[in-house]
Design a protein around this ligand. Structure first.
Ligand code: 13P
Length: 253
């Protein structure tokens, strides 16, 4: 849909020191300078946000957090809040990544609280959803997507024409495995997600919301994925760590 500007986002997960992150962000900014018609975002670790924000000054690359706590402040050792992300220069935050669901007890309910906290301070929420291999084998993919979207977005309203919500479809079995979903598999899931969004948020918003694919996105497969009508970008892990490789993904068209 031509109203949706593609978004290529890099999730740096738990990689890079602040010095390495700042160096790579600066290199990436140079490599993607002048690229038009695509939005770019990178999400480094919390300790790298400030130096990366500085390295990105003057570039159009957006900065994102990888997680947040839903309270604004308080006695929550080890946590970071939405206003803090905002203050350090973030415009986006990834919420409900499967690694957080799998290893850190994230549930649809905490995801819901986190999305609210992000929206409260004007951060764009990148809501991650996706099925495990077992769930796919049992043909539960669409049920899982349904449950995660309904739980994550429960009772949240968005204004129309809003781009504060981004959904990332990341099949767990495709993350870091080199097994990419085929473009048909991804398109089927994306079309379903848009259908659920239409019920939850209305047709207009469902149409304008970007749905990213994540799971072993590489320079070699991005163009094919992007050729599908409901795939509006990528959430890239491993291949986002090297600025040159990531810039090739950004320049997919
Ligand atoms: P990979 O690109 O390494 O498979 O990771 C995908 C991902 O989890 C992005 O959030």
């Amino acid at each position: 849909m031509d109203t949706r500007t593609p978004l290529i986002a890099g999730n740096w997960k738990m990689f890079k020191t602040p010095r390495e992150a700042a160096r790579d962000a600066a290199a990436l900014a140079k490599l993607v300078q002048g690229v038009e018609g695509v939005d770019v975002m990178i999400a480094p670790t919390f300790v790298c946000l400030a130096p990366v924000a500085q390295a990105l000054e003057g570039s159009s690359i957006a900065l994102g957090g990888q997680n947040l706590h839903w309270e604004k402040e308080g006695a929550f050792t080890g946590e970071i809040s939405a206003p803090m992300l905002k203050a350090v220069g973030c415009s986006h935050v990834i919420i409900g990544h499967s690694e957080r669901r799998q290893y850190f007890g994230e549930t649809d309910q905490t995801v819901n609280q986190k999305i609210r906290a992000a929206l409260d301070v004007g951060l764009k929420a990148v809501l991650c959803v996706g099925e495990t291999e077992e769930e796919r084998d049992q043909e539960k993919t669409l049920n899982v997507l349904d449950k995660q979207l309904k739980g994550g977005l429960k009772d949240i309203s968005f204004s129309s024409g809003d781009d504060t919500l981004v959904v990332a479809y990341e099949p767990v079995w495709a993350i870091g495995t080199g097994k990419t979903a085929t473009d048909e598999q991804a398109q089927e899931a994306h079309a379903y997600i848009r259908q659920v969004l239409a019920v939850l948020l209305g047709k207009e918003l469902a149409k304008s919301t970007r749905i990213l694919y994540g799971g072993s996105v590489k320079p070699a497969n991005i163009a094919q994925l992007m050729s599908k009508p409901d795939i509006d970008g990528g959430l890239v892990g491993g291949a986002s760590l090297d600025p040159e490789t990531f810039s090739q993904i950004v320049r997919f068209q």
